[in-house]
Design a protein around this ligand. Structure first.
Ligand code: BG6
Length: 517
């Protein structure tokens, strides 16, 4: 082609993305990652050609792997998978063995169908393999520190858990940063891929009505719940026992939700702008001392009970749980954010397994009106009423609450009071509800679809930065340290209940109680 040929006549090569799944024989690959890629392909995404290379230790032919996938993936995606299948390969390699990864690099070069290969390595591995694998990926030449161009990028996605405490998270961050530049590292938290979680940003920063009241002057408390009905199904205890509710869900998913609810407005939706604001909130979380742990945390474990009509065993009887285990399956906290916006506003966080229903929800509860005009008790003087209200001995007014349903109900509901029809001024509770399905008709896309596409496109805004993870661990480590010292006893709750009764004590006076959806 002549050097001065106009751009329009040049035919740009179609870029190629090599999507490498380390841990390709595992559950995450067959149930979440490959199905997400199949759905993306069906939607014409990404804009490049896509080669999926699953890597595992077993020897297997491509066809055998594809057949295994078809069996293990959700039936609804099998059809979409057929279009992706010819570009799905399987290679055997051992991430712990450098020579094996060097051979893999050779095999990858043999596979490539274009000059410009963007390469994304997804570490769907056991957490203790993340560090050594990163080092071997670099030493084998599968990734390099520099991300030269949009089309020949080198990126690594790291699954959760990212460390099991601050020290291990720091060590892993150090390894990642010794191998790659920060913008090449994508630490995943699948909750950020959920539409309703992203909409926390939309709700707050696209609608001017909320911002003036989104602060300590108007908000009484914020409540965040992640309730699950599941327990230790399908060998889950192997990972869960010794991890527990605080580290499995609160440190990552719940603190990310909290950060989105509480952050200052970002200057743009760029990854750094968003993450700068999130990390500020996480750093402002007051680190619990022993007394806070005793007063402001509750931990518990489920005993046998009934969930959705079926008898289930207690945690200690679950296969794979160590005898005498002190792993919690429920955690509740009354957290404080020490900054100007939120000083004095409690953030009540609660998560548990084997609760009565699956429900992830944020509630922003607003302050009461300064004077109670309506629904006053008969026969109580003004002075007496003021005293009773002040001390929390009576709680008459229902506060306005903005409920943001994350899953499975994807809704936003605002509750308020209205005059009951009739001759007297009696106020009754009412609400307005927005429902995603009613408004948009379709099922919302799966979290992994959005996240994998973003990672292939190099958009890190929904991925976690090293400092966010470290700030979250700092907060959680202090709670665990208090628990280990015995500052808060291990409580119990029968499966199918809303957790230990004592957790209600995290609410004070007329603040109300835990939401039941
Ligand atoms: C995972 C936890 O990160 O999230 C699991 O390890 C939990 O214990 C799961 O069940 C919940 O995810 P989702 O998307 O079903 O709410």
């Amino acid at each position: 082609m002549p050097v001065d040929a106009p751009f329009a006549t040049m035919t740009a090569p179609v870029p190629l993305v090599q999507f490498l799944v380390f841990g390709g024989g595992g559950d995450l690959a067959s149930r979440k990652l490959i199905p997400a890629l199949a759905r993306l392909r069906r939607a014409g995404q990404p804009k490049a050609d896509l080669q999926v290379i699953a890597i595992g230790r077993r020897e297997m032919a491509d066809d055998a792997y594809r057949a295994e996938l078809r069996k293990a993936m959700p039936p609804a995606v099998v059809e979409a998978f057929e279009a992706l299948a010819p570009g799905v390969f399987y290679r055997s390699a051992d991430v712990g063995d450098l020579a094996s990864l060097e051979r893999l690099r050779g095999a990858l070069e043999g596979l490539s169908g274009g000059r410009e290969v963007g390469r994304l390595c997804y570490l769907a591995l056991k957490p203790d393999l993340f560090g050594p694998t990163l080092v071997h990926l670099r030493e084998s030449g599968i990734v390099q520190r520099h991300d030269h161009a949009d089309t020949a990028f080198r990126r690594v996605v790291i699954e959760k858990p990212f460390g099991h405490d601050l020290a291990s998270a720091r060590a892993l961050n150090d390894t990642a940063q010794s191998v790659l530049n920060e913008h090449q590292v994508f630490r995943i938290d699948h909750y950020l891929g959920k539409e309703t979680v992203q909409n926390l940003l939309g709700l707050r920063f696209h609608n001017a009505i909320f911002e003036p009241i989104w602060n300590r002057r108007h908000v009484e408390l914020v409540q965040i719940t992640v309730a699950e009905t599941v327990g230790m199904e399908a060998g889950r205890a192997g990972y869960y026992d010794g991890t527990g509710a605080l580290r499995d869900m609160l440190q990552n998913h719940m603190l990310q939700i909290l950060a989105l609810v509480a952050m200052e407005p970002p200057t743009s939706l760029e990854a750094e702008a968003l993450r700068n604001q999130k990390v500020e909130v996480l750093r402002a979380l007051r680190v619990f001392d022993r007394e806070d742990v005793a007063r402001h945390s509750a931990r518990a474990r489920y005993t046998a009970g009934k969930v959705n009509g079926s008898e289930v065993r207690g945690y200690l009887e679950e296969p794979g749980v160590a005898p005498g285990s002190d792993t919690e399956t429920y955690v509740a906290l009354r957290a404080q954010i020490d900054n100007w916006r939120w000083q004095g506003v409690p953030f009540l966080l609660r998560h548990g397994k084997r609760l009565p229903k699956r429900m992830t929800e944020v509630q922003v509860q607003f302050r009461l009106p300064p004077v109670q005009l309506f629904n006053r008790p008969a026969g109580v003087s003004d002075a007496e009423l003021q005293r009773l209200l002040r001390t929390g001995s009576i709680c008459l007014i229902r506060p306005n609450v903005l409920t943001i349903g994350i899953q499975p109900e994807e809704k936003i509901r605002l509750s308020f009071g209205v005059k009951e029809p009739g001759p007297q001024m009696v106020m009754a509770p009412a609400s307005m509800t927005f429902d995603y399905r009613e408004r948009f008709g379709a099922e919302p896309p799966e979290a992994y679809d959005r996240l994998l596409l973003d990672a292939m496109n190099g958009d890190a805004s929904l991925f976690l930065r090293a400092d966010e993870i470290e700030a979250s661990w700092r907060f959680c480590d202090a709670i665990r340290a208090g628990w280990v010292e015995g500052a808060a006893p291990m409580l119990g709750y029968a499966a199918g209940n809303w957790g230990p009764e004592q957790a209600i004590e995290l609410f004070y006076g007329c603040e109300g109680g835990w939401s039941r959806g």
